[in-house]
Write a protein that binds this ligand. Structure first.
Ligand code: HEC
Length: 244
């Protein structure tokens, strides 16, 4: 009887771990420090996005002039983002490379990133941009922990540096670890963490991607305060009335 019970437990455990593996649960996602009220961070994220991502990806739902919502003046939008003269502020963010040539070059077309923070999640994006590693077996030379065999080359390697994959065996479990082999301009040698530099820049970028996936959130925030303020005044008036 006891043996059957134990076997049953074992089978249960095995199915549970198989399910965890099948759902990709073995890749841990880091928590993205999102703060949509931090306009300085959003502006840094916007700069990184327009200078490094728009080469291949579009953000077709996003107009340049909506960056006023994160506190940028029209002048700043033009100068800080180094927009070419012919780009109108009312136009949407279009990729420099057309989708067909990109598909030929990378095997997959770079998807539009307007609402990527909603289809993936902030945590997924924050982890994705920090877990590229060198893989000589891939055409691009890069692979990714949360997006295995990704077609995107690691375009921020100059900032983070080159990470390599180490597989360690911990109590019979394979644990994948990334080690910074050669540091980029934002990470220091000898550490696998780039908290102050690269990780902070990716936090800004993720923050911006979250803002972009729902720019009206900012307006809703403001509206929320106005409604709260109104209710407070109303409450004070009613209270005074009651006192009388
Ligand atoms: C050189 C071209 C190129 C540049 C520059 C580039 N990407 Fe990509 N990206 C791609 C391609 C190609 C894919 C599709 C990969 C695939 O499906 O295998 C992709 C995929 C992605 C995905 C996954 C989308 C999904 O859910 O399928 C995200 C997120 C992403 N890129 C973000 C970025 C960000 C953020 C930047 C700027 C820092 C950037 N990319 C710059 C080419 C590029």
């Amino acid at each position: 009887m006891k043996v059957i019970h134990k076997l049953g437990m074992l089978a249960l455990l095995l199915t549970a771990s198989a399910m965890a593996l099948a759902s990709g649960a073995e890749v841990h996602l880091d928590k993205a420090p999102i703060d949509l009220k931090n306009t300085a961070s959003l502006q840094r994220g916007a700069k990184l996005f327009t200078s490094r991502c728009l080469a291949c990806h579009s953000a077709s739902y996003m107009r340049y002039n909506r960056l006023r919502d994160i506190g940028m003046s029209e002048d700043q939008i033009k100068k800080d983002l180094e927009l070419p003269e012919d780009v109108k502020l009312g136009s949407t963010m279009q990729a420099a490379m057309d989708a067909n040539s990109a598909k030929l070059a990378f095997g997959e077309a770079p998807p539009d990133l307007s609402v990527i923070a909603r289809s993936r999640s902030a945590d997924w994006l924050y982890t994705y941009m920090r877990t590229f590693y060198a893989d000589p077996g891939r055409a691009s030379g890069w692979n990714n922990l949360v997006f295995p065999s990704v077609g995107m080359p690691f375009v921020l390697a100059d900032l983070q540096g080159k990470q390599v994959l180490r597989i360690e065996n911990k109590k019979g479990h394979e644990v994948k670890k990334l080690v910074l082999e050669s540091p980029g301009t934002m990470c220091t040698a000898g550490s696998s963490l780039c908290v102050a530099g690269y990780d902070a820049a990716i936090a800004d970028l993720t923050n911006y991607l979250v803002f972009m996936s729902d720019p009206s959130k900012m307006v809703r925030y403001d509206l929320g305060y106005i409604v709260l303020g109104f209710l407070f005044v109303l409450f004070a008036l009613l209270y005074a009335l009651k006192k009388r």
